[in-house]
Design a protein around this ligand. Sequence first.
Ligand SMILES: O=C(O)CCC(=O)C(=O)O
Length: 303
Amino acid sequence: MSTTSSAPVLKKPIKISCIQLASGADKDANLQHAAAKVAEAARSGSKLVVLPECFNSPYGCDYFPQYAETLLPSPPTREQSPSFHALSAMAADNGVYLVGGSIPELNPETGKYYNTSLTFGPDGGLLGTHRKVHLFDIDIPGKIKFKESDVLSPGNKVTLVELPEYGTIAVAICYDVRFPELATIAARRGAFALVYPGAFNLTTGPMHWRLLAQARAVDNQIYVALCSPARDMGASYHAWGHSLIVDPLAKVVVEADEHETIVQGELVGEAIAEARKNIPLNSQRRFDVYPDISQGKISFDEL
Ligand SMILES: O=C(O)CCC(=O)C(=O)O
């Protein structure tokens, strides 16, 4: 049997906003629009704000090199990464924790591209970096074929980000949500929420988007937030939208439609504690029957 800690994983309530951003091909315009929306979310009391995957560019393999920015050595200059500096300013100007969606990244030393999420604190400092670990390579004949690995390389770590007054969140990107091990490792290492900037599509969105959010929540008894871009039928990739927040009992707290909007929810530690007390999975695990995957090394190339 496993043991369980009674320490709260979320020290005090925090309001989260997922910004279902409408963005286009103009990066500067996207950054300005994102800044206005982050300010709007902060004005309504959110201390944790999330932007979508590829929030300042169109999504697709053809676009990654064109929009890629350089993040290393860190911190990058404004020329190397305008998005890094814009996100840092959005967090600082509004005094929020900001999970800055994701951007295409180029490591100039290796020539490799990544799909990378940057999280900043209320002082504008970088708190965490997640390179998408599981690349979106699928082929559903007649529906959708996508092969991120044609251009991108994968990241190699589980990303936990400490928000000092609140606790720890896990950040991963889109297709990463399909992999329960990553979520479970993060939850067992104390995360109170799994935050995924994502951009599902019109085939897999209706099939799996909400289901996966609820699955990760019910597996781990913590909050899950998925943040999508708004749908743009004029773009080459049609995002599903439907940004949502799911509670530790896997109930959908709020879900958007496909249009630009901000979805918000209050995350409270008691809801996690209550779910875990009433359905005590954490003390019932059988690590004598199967291994505890949260033990051991979770990072292979820290940024
Ligand atoms: O898993 C899916 O169905 C969609 C994933 C995706 O769009 C992505 O990883 O960007």
